[in-house]
Design a protein around this ligand. Structure first.
Ligand SMILES: *Cc1c(COP(=O)(O)O)cnc(C)c1O
Length: 407
């Protein structure tokens, strides 16, 4: 019986699997195929891949906290005391002391009444947006916003209006054209993840006030890094009190994992009751919360100030060397420094040749960025040395010349 069954192929095997194979082959042909690289070391500024030591230039661990001794120790202590898993969603039996302590700490850090944890930035955006808007409402979203914002907006069934990147004039026209009843949510990355430029939050605040919209800022790449105290892009732009929803992540500069939204207590109370990715998902493990708590304390301390200063110095040094070499760095104003390359195969060849030189910089292709704007997305860390970055800029210039990206 088993013999006969295994000879007859199902529709899944004949048709669907065949379509999948063809799609994979097409991705390879277009230079859009993705595969995983295995990192064998901890996430320091130098990592090991396939036995080779490489300078890491594409991590979001901007302050080097992912392997910081204080975070490791906090996580270990939390495991000793609370165990490994939370065992259930927060609203069932998974709500633990560290969740609430971390939420209070985040609210204090961001200067808001309250905060709520989510299991990742992706899950925050796909949980918050559909809770706040629905049919008959409108989401105004910067064209370069993160995929999780787009997915959250699509899931909400609100009308999605995407405005040209950082184009306040165009946004204002679109706001006037769509000035109907219903809720309006204006949402932007604080720091744009693939371009490294900063949203014009002061202008966005003016627009949200003029049109009565809610303003949500996704500060995945600004949290811990931007502003005098590392509170993010809203602190940097001086508009902390005018942002309605401060969303941020704990897995990038904060070195741990998870995400949050901070804002008014009623808003948080409402999300606890309506946000599906919050309600229907197991709570973050205690160790992750303990590490994030330690990270915020660190970011808020003198050591945090020193790390941010180091990151700024490193970034301007690196950016200067690359601009001098003639690279187009888009509008980068932060530790995210994209080198514009153009087509996907060229970007991937650039990455491959840099690996041979001992540098790991990931090439970024569609659908992460628009077609024809493939790039090397370099990210600077506070834990890079000046020599590290000078060496990297020299290697990038050598390879860039070989490939004809610069003269
Ligand atoms: C990384 C990122 C996210 C997703 O956060 P995760 O915690 O990695 O899921 C959301 N928004 C932006 C802008 C990001 O860069």
């Amino acid at each position: 019986m088993i013999g006969i069954d295994s000879v007859v192929k199902t529709r899944w095997e004949c048709v669907v699997l065949d379509e999948i194979r063809k799609e994979l082959a097409a991705l390879k042909e277009q230079g859009l195929y993705r595969s995983l690289r295995l990192v064998e070391s901890e996430q320091g500024s130098r990592i090991s891949i396939a036995g080779q030591e490489l300078l890491l230039l594409c991590s979001n661990n901007y302050l080097g906290l992912a392997n910081h001794p204080m975070l490791k120790e906090a996580a270990c202590r939390a495991i000793e005391r609370y165990g490994v898993g939370s065992g259930a969603a927060r609203l069932v039996s998974g709500n633990m002391e560290l969740h609430e302590a971390l939420e209070r700490r985040i609210a204090r850090f961001k200067g808001t009444e309250a905060a709520l944890l989510f299991n990742s930035g992706y899950s925050a955006n796909t949980g918050i947006i559909p809770a706040l808007v629905g049919r008959g409402d409108i989401v105004f979203s910067d064209r370069l916003n993160h995929a999780s914002i787009v997915d959250g907006a699509l899931l909400s069934r609100a009308k999605l209006v995407r405005y040209p990147h950082n184009d306040i004039g165009a946004l204002r026209k679109l706001m006037m054209a769509h000035n109907s009843a219903g809720r309006k949510l204006l949402v932007t990355d604080g720091v744009f993840s693939m371009d490294g430029d900063i949203a014009y939050l002061q202008q966005l605040v003016a627009i949200k006030k003029e049109f009565g919209a809610m303003l949500m800022v996704d500060d995945a790449h600004g949290t811990g890094v931007l502003g005098k105290h590392g509170r993010g892009s809203a602190e940097f732009c001086g508009v902390s009190q005018d942002v309605d929803l401060h969303m941020g992540t704990l897995g990038k500069a904060l070195g741990s994992f998870g995400a949050y939204v901070a804002g008014k207590s009623e808003l948080i109370e409402y999300l606890v009751n309506t946000s599906r990715s919050f309600i229907f998902s197991t709570a973050l493990p205690p160790a992750v919360c303990a590490a994030a708590l330690a990270a915020i304390d660190l970011v808020d301390s003198d050591e945090g100030t020193v790390l941010r200063e180091q990151l700024r110095r490193n970034t301007s040094l690196f950016r200067e060397q690359l601009s001098t070499a003639g690279f187009d760095l888009s509008g980068s104003a932060t530790q995210i420094v994209p080198i514009m390359v153009g087509e996907a195969p060229l970007a991937m060849e650039f990455t491959r040749m840099l690996l041979d030189e001992g540098y790991f910089v990931q090439g970024i292709r569609p659908p992460t960025v628009p077609a024809g704007t493939c790039r090397l997305r370099c990210t600077v860390m506070a834990t890079h040395t000046e020599d590290d970055l000078a060496g990297a800029a020299a290697a990038i210039t050598r390879v860039g010349r070989k490939l004809g990206v610069v003269q």
